[in-house]
Ligand binder design. Structure first.
Ligand SMILES: [Zn+2]
Length: 306
């Protein structure tokens, strides 16, 4: 047993691959880790070590198998792919996870603040503990406070009611909002790339009815974006509404996946050109890229198409 070089959690198994300048191993918090010392120093200096733990924790197993060493050269790209989430949303996420990890009503959840804090993007275990105590204070959790240690929390009826609400809303939903041009020229991208790509990642694609909403962003659209976990924006055709919808989702803190036909990449608006777009010519390849990017950012969803 040794402690994790990244999050300092105990009960980890690590070996130093090259005389203390790099580490390989497993930690109950970060799961699989392969990292160099300079990468750890850099991410700590930037105050982003907790985001790197979250990145590793969320990594699907099949991606971990191909994971290369985290070094000074790639560590910033990895931490930047994980966003901080607002505190209110962290509480919602904590409550949802505690409920999800409850075998049945009245029993304790298997959520452990000591090892599971990256799931709610907390800074460390003590922040997760403080949040659990706040949920206990408002009647959402019951927990024994054995000498100040918060043993497995038990979600109350109030917590399950809130959880039911959250499942249909925003960050906890399985819905992906699709913003794109409706002209027939772009219909193929919807049928061959976007819809099957989102479904393959385990989410439910949502596109507003074409006729009524072409060229206008109304209350229904904004409500559906709020209800969505993320947004896929295809800028092919350069519709103003697509830019608006992507900006609105981005402002709400929802991840946006940017796409465009390769032949139109020079038409992309100057202000958003710096985002990493999936540029496509080949539809089958684009479908796989879209699925992979969704899974990399959000993890695999549980939605199965009927
Ligand atoms: Zn760790």
């Amino acid at each position: 047993m040794s402690s994790c070089p990244l999050c300092r959690s105990a009960n980890a198994e690590f070996r130093s691959a090259t005389k203390g300048t790099s580490f390989e191993g497993w930690c109950p918090t970060c799961t699989n880790v392969k990292i160099t010392s300079p990468a750890i120093d850099l991410t700590r200096q930037q105050g982003k070590a907790h985001l790197l733990s979250a990145f590793l924790r969320d990594l699907p197993e099949r991606n971990w198998q191909t994971l290369e060493y985290i070094t000074e050269a790639n560590v910033e790209r990895l931490t930047d792919s994980v966003s901080e989430i607002p505190l209110v949303e962290q509480f919602d996420r904590l409550l949802s996870i505690v409920c999800e990890l409850t075998p049945r009503f009245g029993e304790a959840s298997s959520f452990s603040y000591e090892k599971d804090w990256p799931l709610i993007r907390a800074k460390d275990s003590s922040e997760a503990l403080a949040m659990l105590k706040a949920l206990k204070a408002d009647g959402s959790m019951v927990a024994e406070d054995r000498s100040g240690i918060f043993v497995p929390p038990t979600a109350t009826r109030k917590a399950f009611e809130r959880y039911a609400e959250l499942k249909n809303a925003g960050p906890m939903s399985s819905q992906a909002f699709v913003a794109m041009a409706f002209a027939p020229l772009y219909a193929d991208a919807w049928h061959s790339i976007i819809k099957p790509g989102i479904v393959a990642a385990g989410y439910r694609p949502f596109r507003v009815d074409q006729k009524e909403h072409a060229d206008k962003v109304d209350d229904l659209i904004m409500a559906e974006i709020r209800r969505s976990k993320f947004l896929v924006a295809d800028f092919s055709g350069q519709r103003g509404g697509v830019y608006f919808e992507a900006g609105f989702a981005h402002g709400l803190g929802r991840p946006v996946i940017w796409m465009c036909r390769d032949e139109e990449k020079d038409k992309l608006h100057f202000d958003t050109r710096q985002y990493n777009h999936i540029l496509y010519t080949n539809f089958a390849e684009a479908q796989t890229k879209l699925r992979d990017r969704i899974v990399a950012i959000l993890g695999e969803g549980a939605y199965k198409s009927e």
